[in-house]
Design a protein around this ligand. Structure first.
Ligand code: 7TS
Length: 407
């Protein structure tokens, strides 16, 4: 037993109390975007009704309060990721921007003609396309660690793929399409043994178990606020300060400078060098409120709930005739991806929607991975701290409806 009082948690998420298509909402799409607790909503309202002003260098009380709220949020993120210093926390729009930022700064500085960037076959397009763009710009080559039939990385292939020309390894911590948990600490150790820095895409991982960037020893770690029960439009890039300090800016503008003349600009210190323009202060404050909410519930209790419910969902789905669950990694988290005979996943999703059950169908921005499994699309149910066994039972009842329609 995990100690999470899910009934009380559900009452904290007002959006879940509604009916859709005349049925109680069964929200099983948190891997795409998670819902928000009242505490996050209240934090946004409070900021805009009491503290809103532009940040940094303000000489009036509201600006001081807004700046304090913004930097408090940064400290909460530092604590959440167990980073050494809050200057290692850069606010971005989300995981996608975080990865583009590293590719276009660290990447352009260190990846040259004939060099190699290594990713894996599990990646979301957000951790593929920025590296393709960089390799095209720099005349470098993109390589990928293969995936086996269980949806796990083929680690035996890693050492041969880490060559003297490899300039960075970028990999997901948890697959959004299969739920595979990647043993990133081991891969980081092996990459570092060959002098290769590592970026970890933590978009899915941070929502299901505690992450300690110092223990992992990753060089960069990225995640999105909206998947962590916080607002859309705010995300985080963690970077080791030694690396951030040696990186050129990502975007030019206000706040990222110390002084500007027409001849030359002196850039600001980190993290501000990477935060050009007016930041999403409210989003950061909302993300901080989400972290407070999760930590008050207990990250380990949430992890235990998610593990237990995933096991229940896999067993329940596996018992539905015609269902084939994709990916059977030794360690999985958060999602169940499946196909159902030759019924198109979009049809499955549409019929489930009519029953009030929200899942995601499609390639999940992981088309190379879909190709690995010989499918164009899957149906994916994803689970969060507010989901219950009753939600899974409603999903199963809906899938029997699908069978009736297509039988
Ligand atoms: C592993 C992973 N990386 C990166 C991203 C991009 O995050 P964003 O910048 O906040 O969009 C996602 C979003 N994944 C999904 C978005 O919608 N369905 C999904 O599974 C993801 O799951």
């Amino acid at each position: 037993q995990h100690g999470l009082d899910v009934a009380r948690v559900r009452a904290d998420f007002p959006i879940l109390l509604q009916e859709v298509r005349g049925r109680p909402l069964v929200y099983l799409d948190s891997a795409a975007s998670a819902q928000k607790p009242q505490a996050v909503i209240d934090a946004l309202v409070r900021f805009y009704t009491h503290d809103n002003a532009n940040v940094h260098r303000g000489v009036h009380l509201l600006s001081e309060r807004a700046t304090e709220a913004f930097e408090d949020a940064r400290e909460k993120v530092r604590r959440f990721l167990k980073a050494r210093e809050s200057k290692e926390i850069v606010f971005v729009r989300g995981t996608t921007e975080a990865i583009n930022l590293v590719a276009q700064t660290f990447g352009r500085k260190h990846v040259g003609p004939g060099d190699e960037v290594l990713i894996t076959g599990l990646e979301h397009h957000a951790n593929i396309v920025p590296w393709q763009l960089l390799c095209e710009q720099q005349g470098a080559t993109l390589k990928s660690v293969p995936v086996n039939e269980h949806g796990e990385l083929v680690l035996e292939a890693l050492d041969a793929l880490l060559t003297p020309r490899t300039r960075i390894l970028a990999l997901t911590h948890v697959s959004n399409a299969l739920g595979t948990v990647v043993p990133v600490k081991e891969l980081i150790r092996r990459a570092h043994a060959k002098g290769v820095p590592v970026l970890v895409d933590g978009a899915q991982a941070v929502t299901h178990f505690p992450v300690d960037v110092q223990d992992l020893d990753c060089d960069f770690y990225a995640f999105s606020g909206h998947k962590l029960f916080g607002p859309m439009g705010i995300g985080v890039l963690y970077g080791k300060k030694e690396l951030l300090e040696a990186m050129p800016p990502y975007q030019g503008g206000g706040d990222m400078i110390l002084s500007v003349t027409l001849e030359k600009t002196v850039y600001n210190r980190i993290p501000y060098r990477f935060e050009a323009g007016t930041p999403d202060v409210a989003g950061a404050v909302g993300l901080g409120a989400a972290i407070d909410y999760l930590e008050a519930l207990g990250l380990e209790a949430i992890a235990a709930h998610d593990r237990e419910l995933l096991a229940y969902a896999e067993e329940a789905l596996g018992a539905v005739p015609g269902i084939r669950i994709l990916g059977r990694a030794k360690e999985r988290s958060g999602v169940v991806s499946f196909v159902m005979q030759d019924i198109h996943p979009h049809d499955i999703g549409t019929i489930l929607d009519r029953e009030g059950v929200a899942i995601r169908t499609g390639h999940h921005c992981a088309q190379p991975l879909m190709k690995c499994f010989g499918v164009a699309a899957t149906a994916r149910a994803s689970l969060a701290l507010y989901n219950t066994r009753e939600d899974v039972d409603a999903l199963v009842r809906g899938l029997h409806k699908v069978r009736e329609v297509f039988a």
